[in-house]
Design a protein around this ligand. Sequence first.
Ligand code: SF4
Length: 430
Amino acid sequence: MINFFRLLDSNRHIVFCPMNFVADTYVGCPHGCWYCYAPSFSARGGFEDSFPKFRNFRRRFNCDRDFEKIEAALEGGMVKGTCSRKQEEFVAKALEHRHPLRIGSVSEPFGVPLEKQYRDTYRVLEMLIQHDYPFVVCTKSPLVATAAYVNLLKSAKKVGVQISLISLDDNLLQSIESSGSGLTPSARSRYTTLKKLSNEGIFTTCRIQPVIPQVTEGGIKDLIFALAEAGVNHVIAEFLWFPLVHGKKMSARLKLELDNYGRNNGSVGEFLKKHNNDLYTFYRSFGDYRVSDGRLFYSKSQISRSMTKISAIVSEANNEFNSNMSFGSGNEETTFLNSTNNCCGVDRIDGFAERSPCTVHTMFRIAKEKGRVTLNEMKESYNPYSERIVELWNKEEKQGYFIENRVFKIKRKVTDNRVEYVYDETLFPA
Ligand code: SF4
């Protein structure tokens, strides 16, 4: 069993993320991002243990038989041995529907030295392309823009490449992404990778995830303008969140790195300085921070203000460079700012649009057009977890309701004992 395909099934993924069909060609990640949430999934040994464990980058596949199983799943829906038993039904449904696959959800698909040596990702991409299967790859590695991979990706009809780049400031990235090792690719090399792939006509996305308030916000305009100049197709931005299981320790580690950055002539905002560079405490200093789904999220009103500014910067950059870069908010609160039908922008890629409609975005579209949206209308859209949608549609929480609590401008309304949602322009913190 290679446990390759996964359909992310948290409540948040089901309602807010249509790119929840994921697969990782390796295990762990060679990069050293201290803001990474992925180690929290294996936090049993505590914070100190989880990061070194996660950075133990290793092969997922042991033999040719593993690849044959993936081939059988793509060819005839024989998913046994490619995912967990409890997900078999859903993975089979997703493959049958050709639900776009995201390669590299919690690992680096082009990490060196493994990918150079074994080419496991190359082999998987070849199979996907042979089956004309829609997919995106997420990476920080410039290896994706070398000749062999570019040629391979260009032979695909339905493909996107997403590069994570949160800032152009290498001094900062050295502190918070490389843990001093210098092994995580520089901002310059990732920027060049985005530019090269965009010039090759491949659909490119820059993932500005996370936006770190008071730390990367100041450089966002320069970054977005540079992306527009490079011909990048889409930008997605999402504010840093902390997994509750080790959020305080993660913040303490980030603080050390930010202190270091300060000693190396870097600077952070005054409000964060007042909290001694401790982002966790800074987050909790706002009256409207959110704790839910096992996470601590940034202040709702700050997200509202900052994300609106970021989306405006994307428009400005498009005017300046005559570019057509779209924008997506990775924070579900500000979904209404998306200029595409989901935050990843993948619906702009040929062959993706009908494959994985975003539930909350579909709600917005219908509610805006018709004044309200009903559950029956939502049932017309594909979602592998359609039964869970019914549950979440009606889900009541301690205070308010699941969807209303997370998304601005959408309001629940009960008519004839039926729950509907209406669009309300005023439900937005100024
Ligand atoms: S590259 Fe992504 S998966 Fe790897 S450590 Fe950084 S944030 Fe985590």
